[in-house]
Design a protein around this ligand. Structure first.
Ligand code: PAF
Length: 282
């Protein structure tokens, strides 16, 4: 596995691979790998002759009061994992090589980025889209793999790819969870033991919503109130950021769950902001 820090070197290497007839799968990450990242890499490994993993804690997607400085990092361990999972290249750029001091170009999908996480993270998806487009162009990826825990992110990236006619296929993978149901996240390390003990109730609430819908309930306010009541009882250390039921692709808010519906949430627990989601099928 080659470890590259220069965007120009990554572009040159990937151009060479394409010229030789090799296709390229990209796994964009911010590092501190857990089983969810490993699943993305294992999946990507089977999709193309070459696999590029990027590891970049992208400053542009963090707001001024967010955890950029504290974001957990362990580049050495991450490199070992990427190598073991068959990456051909690990791209670990410095922020200065991705963003010039007078960087002024942004990619946005405002219609999909305003709701859900965008309400409390107004610049987040602009930062995500911009860096992901840069990574697509540098790696010249034929396919890129994202996790469904970040549902809004992958919906926005799919829209960006469609709207800009980017020659890359997007694949997404189901959320990987702890045995007790907590969605894996690099930010779970922020949880105190008490918060960690309550955190699986985030998913328990979402599963309750699914069982209500499967039982015939279709009114969004009723479903939402039931989940909130579950959290009031079982998740007292959690502070609600949002809990919404939206169309899975357009992310438009829904009044009923008669068609395709996604329940998505963000809950703050201590220093952590945890997101999760579930598809609701009548
Ligand atoms: O999901 C993430 O880890 C990041 O948002 C991504 C896609 C690597 C862009 O920085």
């Amino acid at each position: 596995m080659q470890i590259l820090t220069s965007p120009q070197e990554l572009a040159a290497l990937c151009r060479q691979w394409h010229t030789a007839g090799d296709d390229i799968a990209l796994v964009p990450t911010m590092g501190y790998y857990h089983a969810g990242h490993m699943d993305l890499m294992r999946h990507a490994r089977g999709l193309a002759r070459r696999m590029v993993v990027s590891l970049f804690v992208n400053p542009a997607q963090f707001g001024p009061d967010e955890d950029l400085a504290a974001y957990p990092r362990d580049a050495e361990r991450d490199a070992t994992i990427a190598r073991e999972l068959g990456a051909d290249a690990l791209f670990m750029p410095e922020p200065g090589s991705m963003y010039a001091a007078d960087h002024a170009t942004w990619v946005e999908v405002p219609e999909l980025a305003r709701g859900l996480c965008g309400q409390s993270r107004p610049i987040h998806f602009r930062g995500v889209c911009t860096v992901v487009l840069k990574l697509f162009m540098l790696s010249q990826a034929d396919v890129a793999v994202f996790g469904q825990k970040d549902w809004q992110q992958q919906a926005i990236i799919r829209r960006m790819v469609r709207d800009l006619n980017l020659p890359v296929r997007i694949e997404s993978r189901p959320t990987v969870r702890e045995e007790d149901g907590l969605a894996l996240s690099s930010r779970n390390v922020y949880l105190s033991p008490e918060e960690r003990a309550q955190a699986p109730h985030i998913q328990q609430g979402l599963l309750l919503a699914r069982s209500l819908v499967e039982g015939g309930e279709n009114r969004v306010p009723v479903i939402r109130d039931a989940v909130l009541a579950h959290w009031v009882r079982h998740l007292p250390l959690g502070r609600l950021d949002y809990l919404s039921i939206v169309h899975p692709q357009t992310l438009a808010a829904l009044d009923t769950t008669d068609g395709p519906a996604l329940m998505a949430c963000a809950v703050r627990m201590g220093k952590a902001r945890l997101i999760d989601n579930i598809l609701l099928r009548p």
